[in-house]
Design a protein around this ligand. Structure first.
Ligand code: BT5
Length: 235
């Protein structure tokens, strides 16, 4: 069971856990009602609204850091299963986004902690649930459940569903059963598509068992362990 710990307000649930991970057990979720300085990858900003967005981070202390990158796909599958229940047009954009109606509804930020050795991993999850206003710069490419469906959602219920799915896939992960990669393949927003990855134009072939993205550049196949993807005619 993942233990939930709530805060009224935090600058960032990921940053909080990075500084306080030693105080918490394996499988603890830090959840805040308001996040004032949320971030994404490469220091980018993550926007959220008090009590209307989900901002949480799951702390894991697995025995090794082997295959830790797969946790991003695992989390994507857990989020997909929940969001798909509410909206048919839900897709997973490798490596860390969930799209609804081709717009970003959720982002994942994986951060590992090393102090001489591997200590822990923090999986930050941001989901737009009942927030409908976004900063102008992202308004065209961000969405929320409420914005799509015009229904007010029970945040707590969604958190519980996510943690339930996460735990199910995490058990698989610990047994080297990569069931969640199949979910990411089957519902991928990028497989078969022409994309730009780190500025390079390629066609996506598959997601490999190690979580890497396999692409074809017209001459050869290349695989990426990390990347910044732009989809043509979409987000
Ligand atoms: C992510 O980064 O998508 C990871 C976001 C993780 C946020 C969670 S919230 C809980 C925990 N605590 C934190 O401080 N972070 C984690 P990235 O792929 O770098 O995408 C960031 C980009 O997404 C920004 O530059 C914007 O373009 C866009 N963006 C920002 N806020 C958004 C939102 N609410 N919905 C959709 N897109 C957003």
């Amino acid at each position: 069971m993942i233990k939930k710990v709530y805060f009224e307000i935090l600058p960032s649930t990921n940053t909080y856990l990075k500084e306080n991970y030693h105080k918490y057990d394996d499988k603890t979720a830090i959840i805040c009602h308001q996040q004032t300085n949320g971030h994404g990858r490469l220091g980018r900003n993550w926007d959220s609204e008090r009590k209307n967005s989900i901002t949480m981070s799951i702390l894991l202390k697995p025995k090794t850091s082997k295959n830790i990158a797969l946790l991003s796909l695992l989390t994507s599958a857990a989020l997909f299963d929940v969001i798909k229940n509410y909206h048919n047009d839900t897709k997973i954009k490798w490596p860390n986004d969930i799209l609804v109606n081709n717009k970003k509804i959720s982002g994942i930020l994986l951060e590992s902690i090393y102090k001489n050795k591997f200590e822990a991993v923090i999986i930050g999850i941001g989901i737009n649930v009942n927030n409908v206003y976004f900063p102008k710069s992202i308004n065209h490419k961000a969405t929320s459940l409420k914005k799509e469906l015009n229904i007010q959602f029970d945040i707590e219920e969604i958190i519980n569903q996510i943690l339930f799915n996460f735990e199910k896939y995490y058990k698989d992960f610990l047994k080297d059963n990569n069931s969640y990669i199949d979910i990411c393949r089957k519902h991928s927003a990028v497989i078969g598509k022409d994309i730009l990855i780190n500025g390079q134009k390629v066609k996506v072939i598959d997601i490999l068992d190690n979580g890497n993205l396999l692409v074809y550049d017209g001459n050869k196949t290349i695989d990426f362990s990390y990347g910044e993807i732009t989809l043509e005619n979409s987000y």
